[in-house]
Design a protein around this ligand. Sequence first.
Ligand SMILES: [Zn+2]
Length: 210
Amino acid sequence: MIPAREALDRLQEGNRRFASGARSRDTLTSRPRPDELVGGQTPSAVILGCSDSRVPVEIIFDQDLGDLFVIRVAGNIVAPSQIGSVEFATSWFGTRLIVVLGHSRCGAVQATLEDLQRSTRSDSRNQRSIVERISPSVAELLETELKHDPDALLHHSVRANVRASVNQLRHGSEILEQLIEKEGLLVVGAEYSLETGLVDFFDGMPEAEA
Ligand SMILES: [Zn+2]
């Protein structure tokens, strides 16, 4: 089992390699062959990310086969099947770090803001099921001065949506609550910048050790 703090270090180091254009890890060490992993997996982290094609999780963290247990859904929302997937990874593989990963200029969050402002609205029940999960966390931002600044509004909305998903994972499952309380499971929120390639871990980070 890989402790949460060590798993976080791996992600932060990998993202620094990616963002700086450094040689990726698989050029420095040999990549595992697929058949070497047939016997099982011990992913160091669960990542709940957005489906956006510009945010491929293994690439932006410079990770390899077997390293990450990834759930991707537009707007990195939390519905029962996402909680169930996280439970699989934490219960079966002993993974002790969960990262909710939003990103700048998220189209699902933008669509939700437009829906709330009544400028566009999808008739698809399926798309609405995503928008309705994002709406509660961003609706109150539309009551603030941010409503006059579309870029700032989207930026704050992305982060509010990440925080909401973090909160739902922390409190949406007895299994996860127990693991947080007794087994050092850590749930953190982060935002990937399309502009810089860097991931900012902005929510729920443990205090740095002295
Ligand atoms: Zn997105």
